[in-house]
Design a protein around this ligand. Structure first.
Ligand SMILES: C[S@@+](CC[C@H](N)C(=O)[O-])C[C@H]1O[C@@H](n2cnc3c(N)ncnc32)[C@H](O)[C@@H]1O
Length: 426
């Protein structure tokens, strides 16, 4: 039997819930003067499977619940809680979190919202965020969000400076990230960056490189903005920087060499790699390259390990089926473009049993169609396919939302990269 937690004083006041045939426990937890209650409830039909897997591992059901309760309080529910829990609630000190999870049949269980993370007070590493857009990458670095029934625990990064020149994106950013962002041209604002910071992140504009753009290359007026990133890095001398861009950059040897050499001359050890977002739990086959530079003295960057493969990629149906019967609902961005089918781009239908196609920023309403209905996908569905949590609300009109969602780094992918950055820093 597993020892009682080292840090948590889980009192033996453990009640089994027998109400409505559910299987659950209530724990009373105490630590550092904080105390509270944890309620964990598992659906009855999952109970048998849980027993079976536990008997193989040699631990008891009570051990399982204790570990789950600790994870919940620490905000690190990567292990136990990723197993089927129907309902978990913590009330600890002043913080309350409610998590409603998917069951194993992948049927959705209502609301998926999460308030303030529990137990993570450390905001150790300062971050300068360039080309922040609506904040997809920033959300991933911050962590503490729930999507597709999984909680992505908080990370010790704190954005101290953010910027974008799109006013609408700034509004969405501020609404969801809960702190300020500087609106304006990056070149005008570089001088306002702090003098030193731990990390610089940025997805420099890619329209000149993207296969859907005009392809002027890294010398184009917008992609040349990666030079602004170089200037920013020179100014704040971070321990690590992360720059994200489209896959097409890797296909053009000359552009790639230029970017690599410009970043390398800064004196950082450069690691770059193509990531398939679907491998990390994003229901979208989006490929993006990340350049990560580590300063001498930092541990070399080790990229995150994929959690899925093509056989287990999350499908469009898993991601959005609970929205199928919902009519237009502006408050949660469940609104869609009425653009007619055209012979050009954006006419594909989602395939229910596959991940979505890449969500693009400049599609002018020609976003992919629903797998079931004769309509284009809604902005909320697009946001799901980009792995934004449902409580991330976009505050603009439909074209701007389309741009913000399509431009974003999927928060789940950013979260995985951020974990690897953390390992380098530590
Ligand atoms: C690829 S998007 C970044 C998305 C962001 N990383 C995210 O995850 O949501 C690039 C952003 O650069 C911004 N941008 C383009 N030119 C800019 C400039 N001169 N100054 C500041 N921001 C600029 C665009 O408005 C756009 O939001």
């Amino acid at each position: 039997m597993q020892q009682f937690p080292r840090v948590w004083n889980t009192t033996l006041c453990v009640f089994r819930l027998r109400v409505l045939r559910h299987l659950g426990y209530i724990f009373l937890m105490k630590r550092h003067g904080q105390s509270g209650r944890v309620v964990i409830d598992v659906q009855p039909e999952l109970k048998r499977r849980l027993y079976a897997s536990l008997s193989l591992s040699g631990s008891t059901l009570k051990d399982w619940f204790i570990r789950a309760a600790e994870e919940l309080c620490d905000g690190t529910d990567k292990g136990v809680l990723s197993r089927p829990v129907k309902y978990a609630k913590t009330t600890l000190g002043n913080a309350t979190a409610l998590r409603v999870r998917e069951d194993s049949s992948r049927e959705r269980v209502g609301v998926r919202s999460l308030r303030e993370p529990i137990g993570h007070s450390a905001t150790d590493y300062s971050v300068v965020s360039m080309f922040s857009g609506c904040g997809g990458m920033d959300l991933g670095f911050r962590g503490g969000f729930e999507v597709f029934g999984r909680y992505y625990h908080p990370l010790p990064f704190r954005v101290v400076w953010a910027n974008d020149y799109n006013h609408e994106a700034c509004k969405t950013y501020q609404r969801n990230l809960g702190h300020g962002i500087r609106w304006g041209d990056v070149w005008d604002l570089i001088a306002t960056m702090p003098e030193r910071t731990d990390v610089v992140i940025g997805g420099f504009p890619c329209q000149d490189i993207s296969v859907n753009g005009k392809r002027a290359g890294v010398n184009g007026s917008r992609s040349g903005l990666y030079r602004a990133m170089i200037e920013g890095i020179k100014r704040v001398r971070p321990k690590v920087f992360v720059a994200e861009n489209v896959k097409a950059l890797l296909k053009h040897e000359r552009w790639l060499q230029q970017v690599v050499s410009d970043f390398s001359t800064l004196g950082y050890v450069l690691h770059y790699q193509l990531y398939q977002a679907a491998d990390f739990g994003v229901p979208q086959t989006r490929e993006r390259v990340f350049f990560v530079g580590t300063a001498p003295g930092a541990e070399p960057f080790v990229p995150p390990r994929p959690e899925r493969s093509a056989a287990t990629w999350m499908t469009a149906r898993e991601a959005i089926s609970d929205l199928e019967k919902l009519g237009r609902t502006g408050s949660i961005n469940h609104i869609w473009s009425e653009a007619k089918r055209s012979p050009e781009q954006g006419n594909r239908n989602l395939v229910a049993d596959r991940p979505g196609y890449t969500i693009r920023a400049e599609c002018h309403g020609n976003i992919q169609f629903h797998y079931l209905y004769p309509r284009r996908i809604s902005m909320r569905e697009a946001a799901r396919i980009q792995s934004f949590p449902d409580d991330f609300v976009f505050v603009s009109g439909i074209r701007e939302i389309e741009r913000q969602v399509g431009n974003a780094v999927p928060p789940i992918l950013a979260w995985h990269v951020a974990n690897s950055v953390l390992a380098s820093l530590r």
